[in-house]
Design a protein around this ligand. Sequence first.
Ligand code: ACO
Length: 391
Amino acid sequence: MSSAAGGASSAARGLEGIVVAETVLSDVDGNAGQLTIRGYALEEIAGRISYEEACHLMWYGHLPTRQELDALTRKMVAARRLPEAVRTAVELGGKAMEPMDALRFAAAGLSADDPAPDDASEAANLERAIRITARIPVIVANYDRVRRGEAMIEPRDDLGHTANFLYMRQGEPADPHIVHAAETYFVTVIDHGMNASTFTARVIASTASDMVSAITGAIGALKGPLHGGAPGPALEMIEAIGTLENAEPWIRAALRRGERLMGFGHRVYKVRDPRAEVLGKEAEDLVARTGDRRLFDLTRQVEPIAERVLAEEKPGRNLHANVELYTALLLQGIGLPEDLFSSAFAIGRVGGWTAHVLEQQAHNRLIRPQSVYIGPRGLRWRPIDQRQPAA
Ligand code: ACO
């Protein structure tokens, strides 16, 4: 067992099991398979509240009254228009970069029209949380348009946060059931304990840096396939499996080659990820409407086979479906291309990231762990022309 204590002689690799913060934002019970968001079980709110309501819950600590929701919605709508610097970044990124790189590039410019960059008060940071969260989907929709060779489009003030994103991406309003599915997804992924991108945001905030830097760093952490980059590959895996008969041999062969099954396993959950349940149901509602059930039905059939084969090939590791397995089907069902899935994750998660930055700022202590030095000591300097190439 590794140790986390300062001056320890071994490292807590991956910080597994190490508590790095107290939070009122969310709790992940990995043994019971329960996710609590600010006091609410995920199943209690997902599918019932809008993303704006979820943001209100994260930032202000309670679900809004009608009046509070109207006030927050007005602010988020007013914040949607991008500063010129970000519009330029979206145009450049959309033409030259992969989606998550384009998002990181454009998000980094979100401080461009900050009215008071030196104001570190809670009120100013709340305004920043609102601005950043309102703008991430506008950035994503527009760089997706640019890379498809279409012109950027202005947001529509009469549409909610999620409906506006779908409208901007497609250029026409989405059906209400598509909006509902997307909204359920964004609410479901809004926060999830001390995941890697949230931790990244908190580390950056802990240096008393600014919120835009924290969110830009979080986007970088989310990009990785071990975190937010898995839904695309999860869908590719189901497509590669192709048929029920092929599932077991395909999965066993992949595991014996040392590969990982995308959409399975989790650092904290030792049972099925509760988000897989919520998103699986939402995906089922969606395919029931569209009639295109093939991949959904195959995923439902593959899941128990994968769990069984994982238990046989990787005994004792408790590997079950995670959020990404059904995310892929849901996001595909709402019409997003695979390479936009991680960006969609960022659209949902930014409400949580900003809340964590606010929480970190309210009770800040610089996050500065230690490392154990295992390299050599006592080496002697030599003039450059007397050095030998490394072996
Ligand atoms: N497929 C096959 N084997 C797996 C998988 C998997 N999906 N996940 C874990 N294992 C195995 C590992 O190979 C390891 O085996 P070993 O003991 O023989 O070396 C053991 O289970 C423990 O794995 P770790 O890597 O130590 O577990 P960790 O907690 O670091 O990993 C992670 C969690 C990264 C999510 C992992 O399960 C994984 O790679 N899953 C696939 C990618 C994925 O679905 N990512 C999305 C996660 S959800 C999210 O972040 C939003």
